[in-house]
Design a protein around this ligand. Sequence first.
Ligand code: ZN
Length: 505
Amino acid sequence: MDEIGGRHRAKNAQGEERMARRSSAQGVAAGEEPRAEALARIAALVGAPHALTDPTLMAPFLADERGLYTGRAAMVVRPATTAEVAGVVRICAEAGIAIVPQGGNTSLVGGSVPHEHGREIVLSLSRLNRIRAVDAANDSLVAEAGVTLAEVQAAAAEADRLFPLSMASEGSCQVGGVLSTNAGGTAVLRYGNARELTLGIEVVLADGRVLDLLSGLRKDNTGYDTKQLFIGAEGTLGIITAAVLKLFPRPREVETALVALPRLGAVTELLARLRRASGDAVSAFELIPRIALDFVLRHVPGTSDPLAGAHPWYVLVELSSPRPGTGLREALEQALSGAVEDGLVADATLASSEAQRAGLWRLRDAIPEAQKREGGSIKHDVAVPVARVPEFIETASRAVTAEMAGIRVVAFGHAGDGNIHFNLSQPEGMDRDAYLARWFDFNRIVHDIVAGMGGSVSAEHGIGRLKRGEFARYADAAEIELMRRIKAAFDPKGILNPGKLLPPE
Ligand code: ZN
């Protein structure tokens, strides 16, 4: 399945050719025999069962989540410890073998899969899957790179704590990937993204040395904060093998509501009022357009509309407090009835059981799955200043509709932090491939509007392989130049996830 159509393929093919030429030059320099010998040493180091070369066994590691890319690899290596990761990297550094680090392989921008030329190895961190320590006094835990986000949440809960990072892929995405993409999700407005939840990391450098930054200190001003460079670097500067993650008191009171808005413009004022009324207890504020709700009701079994009548916009609101009996429900009810009186809210329903709460979240979480059933979707993961979310959605919706009549705008997501998934479903009845061939035309329209509003063309998914061109177009040239110098300093041989994140030169 090619989600983005022929034009993108053609562009990639040129890039791949360049890549292949460069790699074969490396191959000749290193020689084929030393290369084969290096791969044999890697297999001996991690054990033959964990050095995969059988195409069938390698297949799940070579294709990305969205079906945009299917690569090839010389080997899929699955080390079990930091020392083994370091050993593999040392051998690769000597032999000039490029490494694609991989966690749960849930990247939405092709960041975690190898290229098509087949000379890279995939280094899967899945077997580094231990929670090394839980420090309740420091409100932190140390998790290895291959621990899934759901396992981190469970370990925190076991210690009567909360690890607040939450997203649809949490059952399969892993700590190393979450940090390497500085992942966001639904609780960013209250707790911040992955970067803000990280106290320390352990990372294998491009020459195989291990940098231990796992002190977990809450304060440390000794020079540059190097760990921050590895967070969000998408495996291009080093391979994260473990992290110290911040924990919080576990919520004792949680209130969830689906709120219908008469108009999009009400969203900003509603957020401000809920924050004020609850003592800043808003932990989710997710925007849902009517069309997304319609898609979910149409395609996802067991869902139903909890409100009578159709409304143009909805917000899934969650308030939470670690202290029981703080009256969150009353505060929410009062704030909402005041908002109804003032014309900001048309209708609302509050969950009164865990099952109802789960049902409301299902309406939000099922949007991507339901949208898939409506044909091709051209996607944008953008951020604008929170107060300009309505203006962005209205302006961009007008622009894309002017470009193609019948296009269906599905703008949803994290309105509380300004991150909107501005997805465009194809007009009904249009040929899917013909629609997806317009991917970059619509990217240009939407991203130009985002850039004009001081926004970001990649809010929480990263750059990977898919967005390198867009990154180059909108980033400050001086910033790109600094990034190239950082890359050269950290990875002088260019063996760590080449062809990802940084724009083509
Ligand atoms: Zn999201």
